[in-house]
Design a protein around this ligand. Structure first.
Ligand code: SF4
Ligand code: SF4
Length: 168
């Protein structure tokens, strides 16, 4: 077996392990009926649960990235299936395969550079002052030494490398 085939087999095994819970799904549709994101995007979480674990195509499915992880579906599922947990595990496998969704990559790059997924902007700074708060919150925005520590933590745990792999 070639390395490529070995890699694909391992990836498939990981997807199947992540999706075992989905085998208990009865396709009732409560999850998709509860999904706020599905009202505005093409996300059909019932279908994603149905195809989870079947093959590696799910790693290229854009709907993986349309979930806001609000957990509505998981809380209402009559079979108590860990819907969002499955989805997040499959997303992680997708990222490790260099397949992060571009918008999510931008958020990760923000975190790497500013220590915040959504850095403060001028508008928020002004609003804070207007309501009597300090211009900057008690985060790495205010403490530059802390930002360096966050950056070194993100590098040492492999997060920076993972996102850089997804850029190439
Ligand atoms: S709510 Fe649960 S059982 Fe029903 S379709 Fe969704 S995952 Fe399957
Ligand atoms: S967690 Fe995701 S899939 Fe589930 S209801 Fe919320 S947006 Fe939809």
């Amino acid at each position: 077996m070639t390395d490529k085939n070995t890699g694909e087999t391992e990836t498939m095994e990981r997807i199947q392990n992540a999706s075992i819970d989905a085998l208990r799904c009865i396709q009732c549709g409560v999850c998709s009926g509860s999904c706020p994101s599905g009202r505005h995007t093409t996300l059909n979480i019932r279908k994603l649960v149905k195809i989870a674990g079947k093959n590696t195509d799910i790693l290229n499915n854009k709907e993986l990235w349309m979930c806001t992880t609000c957990y509505n579906c998981q809380e209402r599922c009559p079979r108590d299936i860990g819907i969002v947990d499955i989805l997040l595990d499959i997303r992680a496998i997708s990222v490790q395969n260099g397949n992060i969704h571009p918008e999510h990559r931008i958020v990760c790059e923000m975190l790497l550079e500013y220590g915040h997924a959504v850095p403060i902007n001028e508008h928020t700074r002004a609003n804070r002052v207007n309501i009597g708060l300090e211009e900057l919150p008690e985060t790495v925005h205010k403490y530059e030494d802390g930002l360096e520590e966050v950056k070194s933590l993100l590098a040492s745990c492999g997060f920076r490398k993972l996102i850089e792999q997804n850029e190439s």
